[in-house]
Ligand binder design. Structure first.
Ligand code: NAP
Length: 258
């Protein structure tokens, strides 16, 4: 039997690199997926690719309470309930030391990556409880467990969601809801291309060299694929992980082994 047969999943940032891989894999494993993002064209293409019988979308900005509330309602209206919530939407911000980091960028990163997750939890938890339980996965990062020079806002945000995850896991265990974090190292998506270019001082030609430096710091000597992150998320979303809650799950090519 498919690993998510009969389940309904809501995924934020679903038209981006990791969110789309999760949406496709969940649908392939029998779930009906409700995808939200701010990019409507990309969402439409995703529904076409997955199939309108298995997927639907809403344009929703995770920083807005009404968009989170509306997404959960639209998902329940479309598919009859909610079993799995994946808080995936996130932004990288700038690559600057704290002393020169732009304040508006700091505030935006915290708004999307922390407030966005908190609002998602706020509206998804009651809907999942209504179904008698389920699973929530928050996409944090290896930057949630280590510092990283130049990434103060991103690092702070990815540490913060681990606190949200632990608190939500304790608050919802009685309702049979499990809450976990997936913590990837670098993944082959738009986000890493942006980080490489910023780390190269805006010089796109030099960004390949930055990527190769980043890869040298990873024991497996490469970035993860979005699909590899999706498979870990699938395990945590499925009943196969029924006794796992309140934990971080690194997928980092061995970065944290040393
Ligand atoms: P991505 O390709 O940029 O995808 C992120 C998606 O989130 C995009 O579709 C983006 O839309 C959307 N988004 C941005 N702001 C939003 C908002 N306010 N409301 C709703 N959606 C919004 O990046 P990704 O690599 O797949 O990242 C997904 C998650 O994994 C993020 O939380 C990221 O921090 C985390 N992560 C990524 C890596 C990595 O190396 N790539 C490593 C560790 C953790 P637009 O494209 O239209 O802006």
């Amino acid at each position: 039997m498919a690993r998510l047969q009969g389940k309904v999943a809501l995924i934020t940032g679903a038209s981006g690199g990791i969110g789309l891989a999760i949406s496709k894999l969940f649908a392939q494993e029998g779930a009906r997926v409700f995808m939200t993002d701010i990019d409507e064209d990309a969402l439409k293409k995703a529904v076409e690719a997955i199939g309108p019988d298995r997927s639907a979308y809403a344009v929703a900005d995770v920083t807005k309470a009404e968009d989170n509330e509306g997404s959960v309602k639209a998902c329940v209206d479309a598919f009859g309930g909610l079993d799995i919530f994946v808080a995936n939407a996130g932004i990288e911000g700038a690559v600057q030391p704290i002393v020169s980091y732009p304040m508006d960028t700091f505030e935006k990163v915290l708004a999307v990556n922390v407030k966005g997750v908190w609002l998602g939890l706020k509206y998804a938890i009651p809907a999942i409880a209504q179904r008698g339980g389920g699973s929530i996965v928050i996409i944090s990062s290896v930057a949630g467990v280590i510092g990283s020079p130049g990434f103060s806002a991103y690092v702070a945000s990815k540490h913060a969601v681990i606190g949200l995850m632990r608190t939500a896991a304790l608050e919802t265990a009685d309702q049979k809801i499990r809450v976990n974090c997936v913590n990837p190292g670098p993944v082959e998506t738009r986000m890493m291309r942006s980080i490489e270019t910023m780390a190269a001082g805006g010089d796109e030609a030099a960004s390949a060299g930055v990527k190769s430096q980043f890869e040298q710091r990873i024991p497996l000597k490469r970035y993860a694929t979005p699909e590899e992150v999706a498979y870990l998320t699938l395990f945590l979303a499925s009943d196969e992980s029924s006794y796992i809650t309140g934990q971080i799950h690194l997928i980092d090519g061995g970065m944290r082994a040393g």
